[in-house]
Each structure stands twice: as C-alpha cells, then as structure tokens.
Design a protein around this ligand. Structure first.
Ligand code: NIG
Ligand code: FE
Length: 405
C-alpha cells in the first residue's frame, strides 16, 4: 500500500456533501477544516480531519509538510481546446487594433487558420503540443482536463486529435461540428461527410460530442441532426451555445438532454429560466469573454434561478489563450459576481459532473481520488483574490506529488 500524509495544513477545503451538481445556495457550501491533514492511500483519499484527531501512523507513510499551505481539490477543467498546432498571435494583434473575432472568422481566419496548422502537423506533434498544454494546466492546478477535437475537420486529423488528447490523459470530446472546412460547400454537406465517415471511429475514442451552434457555424436543425446521430453512437452530448447570438441552443439542449451548454454570454432572461429548470449544466467561460472583449455570461442570475453551473477556461489559441482556472476563479469573483466558494465548486465538483466523474473527482473526502492542489496561502480564497498570481505550491495526483514544469 502506498500512503501519503499531508500534515499541518492551514486549511483543507472541499465542497460540502456528496451531491452533484450543486445548485443554488448549496453551490457556495464548503467544508473548511483548519489545522488539517489529508491521508491518501493507494491513490484515494482515506481520511481528512484536524491534526489533533490524527491517530498514530506506522512508518511506511510518505509525509508532506503542509505548514502555511491550503489544500483544495484538484481543479477540473471541463472545457478546453488544448490540442492544436500553431498560434493566432497575428490575429490577436489585429484584434487589439479593432478587428473582431467574427470578422476574422468570416474572412477564413479564426478557427480555420488553426485548422490549417493542425492539419499540417503530424500526430506526434499534436501529442507533444497537447502534453505541453497539459503541463501548463497542471502548473495552474488542473488535475483533470477535457479537450476537444474540431481543428481537423477531416477524418484523419479529427481522430489524431482525439488520440492525442487520450495519450495526454485528457477526456476527449469530438467537436466534429466546429466550423465548415473550405472543401465543403455548406454545413449540411460537411455534416453528411462527418456523420458518415468520422462518427463511428470518433465515438470509439471520445466520451462526448460537441457542436458550435452559432451564426456562421451550425444552425439549430444542423446541431440537432449532429447531436442526435452522436447520441445514437453512444456519446454524451455537449454544446457551444449563446456565445454571440441566441439561436435556440438552450431549448435544444433541454430537448436533447445534453450534459452541458457552454458560453451563454448572449443568454437572456427566458433562456436563464429554461436552463434553471433543467438538468443541463451551464458552463461559464469568463476567460473567453474577457479575451474577446465580450459581455460576461449572466452567471449570478443563473445561480440565483437555480441553474447548475460549472466554470472552465475554454483554453484555445483564438478566443481564450489562457489555461488558468485560478484566473477563471478571479474573473468569476470580480466579473460574474460569484463568491470564491461558488467559483471553487463550479470548477471542481460541478465540472467533474460535466465530465461524468463526480463520484471520484472534485472533492477532498474519503473515497475520492487523491487529487489535490496545495496553495501557498493560509486562506484558500487567495486562489481567487490574488489576480494573476501563481499560488500553486504543489499538486498531488492519485496520491503522488506531480512534477510541475
Ligand atoms: O469556444 N466558439 C467556438 N470555439 C471556441 C473558439 C475556438 C477558436 O477560436 O479556435 C470557443 O471559443
Ligand atoms: Fe470552446
């Protein structure tokens, strides 16, 4: 048996209870233990508690000194596009000069520029870049990440992306309906191809399917067709919806019982109500809204109406070149008006729910995977409070200290 004891922690913090997803007032309900320990055994959490209640342990326990540190659950990033080649730094400079994301997309740049670079890369290069991005995420405290395909949009590159994500330890999502590649005349003929030629193998590699329901990408009937076929192939369903315009994403999400609808920057009061009354989780991506200079999603209204929300980075080279969930927590507190506690639950237990892993990830409690982040702060809320600072002093994954790059 391998055992790890982190002792004398200033604080140990976990979303309370065992429910997932957390909604309403329960979202901000944390258990905070002061002067705490966590004992990990064989990759799982065996016990947490106060130092004074820690009984004697035999010698074969590895020890980590937690003095001055706070322990939070390993962060879960449930929405990234971490597998890509190239960059979009030229577009970034153009946007700084006034060009909009939508204009660049319509002119064949944007997502399609990353498609060109990703198609030109070998599978090995894609695997390497995903591993590099994973190391950035880990440095910021992310111990579980999802990553989407969607920069291949041809059979071989889409499948290579999904394999690269798996190889890097990520949770792969087939974003087969991200954009219409130039060799197809329209979205319908591209979907004919993707569903006939890619879906079967993609479903063998991915856990979920995702679609970009937006003007200039896929409309509601096309999203419905794609998602229905993906569900028949056994995939969990997710959507990019209401990013720039409300085109029926939320009603469709509810109708098809998708796991999550992500973005929601354009969601109005009717959409908030429908989402709040459903089992669909709304994924908030404030880093993307910030990076594009767009309105923030109505997070406070969603939580107050009773919707389940998660918080993620949307890490990608175009709309959100930022892999930091601590920064997302700062944005959640300053821009989305969520409390630090709500932000933490949204990128731990609720994000784990989006990835179908809430029974093992997102909490520091007996039986959960021993994934934890050690913050060099004696108050865990520095995670959100200290804007842009790196407080991650250590990361433990499966009961073992991880190498931070
Ligand atoms: O979630 N909106 C569509 N897809 C991504 C952006 C991908 C890109 O710009 O490369 C997003 O923002
Ligand atoms: Fe995205």
């Amino acid at each position: 048996m391998t055992r790890l004891l982190v002792h004398d922690l200033a604080q140990l913090v976990t979303p309370a209870g065992s429910q997932a997803p957390l909604r309403g007032r329960a979202l901000g309900d944390l258990d905070v233990i002061e002067d705490a320990y966590v004992l990990c055994e064989d990759g799982r959490i065996a016990a947490t508690g106060r130092m004074r209640d820690l009984g004697p342990l035999d010698d074969d326990v590895e020890e980590l000194d937690g003095r001055g540190l706070s322990a939070i659950p390993g962060l879960v990033d449930c929405h990234t596009h971490a597998c890509f080649a190239g960059d979009r730094v030229d577009e970034f400079a153009l946007r700084a000069g006034g060009a909009t994301y939508e204009e660049l997309h319509a002119a064949g740049g944007g997502i399609l520029s990353t498609v060109r670079a990703t198609r030109a890369a070998s599978e090995e290069e894609l695997a390497e870049s995903t591993l590099l991005h994973r190391s950035w995420m880990l440095r910021a405290g992310t111990t579980t990440f999802e990553a989407k395909s969607g920069y291949g949009l041809d059979r071989d590159t889409e499948l290579a992306q999904l394999r690269a994500v798996r190889a890097a330890g990520g949770v792969p999502t087939w974003l087969g309906a991200h954009a219409v590649p130039p060799e197809f005349e329209d979205a319908d003929s591209y979907l004919d191809f993707a569903l006939a030629e890619v879906l079967r193998e993609a479903a063998g590699l991915a856990e979920a399917a995702d679609v970009f329901l937006e003007a200039g990408a896929f409309d509601e009937p096309q999203a419905r067709r794609y998602l229905t076929a993906c569900r028949e192939a056994g995939l969990v369903l997710r959507m990019h919806g209401d990013q720039f315009t409300e085109l029926g994403a939320i009603p469709l999400a509810v109708e098809l019982d998708v796991r999550s609808v992500d973005h929601l920057e354009a969601t109005g009061p009717a959409g908030i109500k429908v989402l709040a009354e459903s089992d669909v989780t709304g994924v908030l991506l404030p880093g993307s809204a910030l990076f594009l200079g767009r309105p923030m999603p109505p997070a406070r209204e969603l939580v107050d109406a009773g919707a389940a929300v998660a918080l993620a980075t949307d890490f990608n080279p175009g709309s959100a070149f930022c892999e930091s969930l601590p920064l997302a927590c700062s944005l959640a507190a300053t821009q989305l008006k969520l409390s630090p506690a709500e932000a933490l639950a949204a990128c731990t237990v609720n994000a784990a729910h989006v990835l179908g892993r809430a029974e093992r990830k997102g909490r520091l409690a007996p039986g959960y995977d021993a994934d934890l982040v050690l913050l060099d702060a004696s108050d865990w809320r520095y995670l959100a409070y200290h804007l842009g600072h790196d407080h991650v002093a250590g990361v433990v994954i499966g009961g073992e200290a991880a190498e931070l790059g």
